[in-house]
Write a new protein. Structure first.
Length: 357
């Protein structure tokens, strides 16, 4: 990055006014000296004319104003030279283009560099918030589609008589309605200033209880995908948001439904030293190790995913990662082609400081 010698606008104005004042006094002194030392000798002793004083005053004023105008013009050009790029950048930002950046002209004032740095920082932050807002809009839409699809399927089955109404069926549908309510709350709280935040309701919970509740309500909906759930639930107490934990596991199971139909999914919870652990592993096609680290990136999908699952958006694991990060946890993915896909989530057992990210 090129570094320029900076100038302070206050000091420059002070110096310019000082120079202008010095030149003015010098010009005045020079004019008076010329008048009394030269013109009086050239004119007759008895010559009196009011125009003589006017002429001398005009000459002195001209001598004073010319350097003042030169100094003022130069100072104004230095100050104003940075305004066109700054104005263009702010106009673009106001129009919604947050990718724009402004560069201060060489040898600008310190204040100009500070202003352009602040404008660039604002534009960068707005660009990040725009990306986060778009991500959360997509994430909430993803959650709505998933729950609405299940509810719609059950309602169609009830309306056509394919599914018999029963307390068990309605009990399975209630969690999806709760998820829709939770997503509606997230949508209501979502704005530009909070696009990077995730609200959490931290409680002491047992991951085994949350996993059992979630798998019991969703197992029947995985039958059309020929997925069998194998449970291995041991005590795993930690401080976390129970709804987010169920949301997290539901996303993992939905990922299995989409990309590993016909597989056996093992859901496991246990404690490991200072961590509460949740594992979701399927026996599906998995991914190659080369792309394993990208599996939880936003909007990333495998090369053949659009053909296999056209309705996918590449958001499920990204949302899982966001929830885990919000709890200051860790997420790891083990996968290999033909050997399944395994997601391991570690949550700190004593994360008392976790409230909101």
């Amino acid at each position: 990055m090129t570094r320029y010698k900076t100038r302070n606008v206050k000091r420059m104005i002070f110096r310019a006014l000082s120079v202008q004042t010095f030149i003015s006094f010098g010009a005045f002194y020079l004019g008076v000296t010329i008048y009394f030392a030269t013109l009086d000798e050239l004119l007759p002793q008895d010559y009196e004319s009011p125009w003589g004083d006017v002429a001398v005053t005009s000459i002195m004023a001209t001598i004073v104003l010319i350097p003042a105008a030169i100094v003022g013009r130069r100072l104004a050009e230095d100050i104003v030279s940075a305004l066109p790029p700054i104005a263009a950048a702010t106009h673009s930002i106001a129009a919604g283009d947050y990718s724009v950046r402004v560069t201060a002209p060489p040898n600008s004032f310190e204040e100009t560099y500070a202003l352009t740095a602040d404008i660039n920082a604002m534009a960068e932050r707005l660009e990040e918030l725009q990306v986060d807002l778009k991500y959360w809009n997509s994430a909430i839409a993803h959650e709505f589609r998933t729950s609405a699809t299940v509810l719609l399927g059950n309602l169609r089955g009830l309306s056509t008589g394919v599914i018999e109404p029963s307390p068990e069926l309605f009990a399975r549908m209630i969690p999806y309605v709760n998820f829709l309510t939770s997503m509606a709350n997230d949508l209501e709280k979502l704005d530009f200033s909070r696009a990077h935040k995730l609200d959490l309701n931290i409680k002491e919970i047992d991951l085994a209880v949350e996993a059992e509740t979630l798998t019991a309500s969703t197992e029947h909906d995985l039958v059309p995908a020929s997925i069998k759930i194998k449970r291995q639930f041991d005590r795993a107490v930690c401080l976390a948001d129970p709804e987010r934990m169920q949301q997290l596991l539901r996303l993992l199971l939905d990922n299995c439904r989409r990309y590993a139909p016909g597989s056996t999914v093992t859901v496991q919870t246990y404690e490991d030293e200072d961590w509460a652990v949740m594992v979701c592993a399927d026996t599906g096609p998995g991914l190659s190790a080369a792309v394993r680290d990208r599996a939880s990136d936003r909007n990333w999908r495998g090369r053949d995913s659009p053909q296999r699952v056209p309705e996918g958006r590449g958001l499920g694991l990204a949302i899982v990662k966001t929830i885990v990060n919000a709890h200051h946890g860790e997420l790891s993915i083990d996968t290999d082609c033909g050997r399944g896909f395994k997601v391991t989530i570690l949550l700190p057992k004593h994360a008392s400081g976790v409230e909101r990210v």
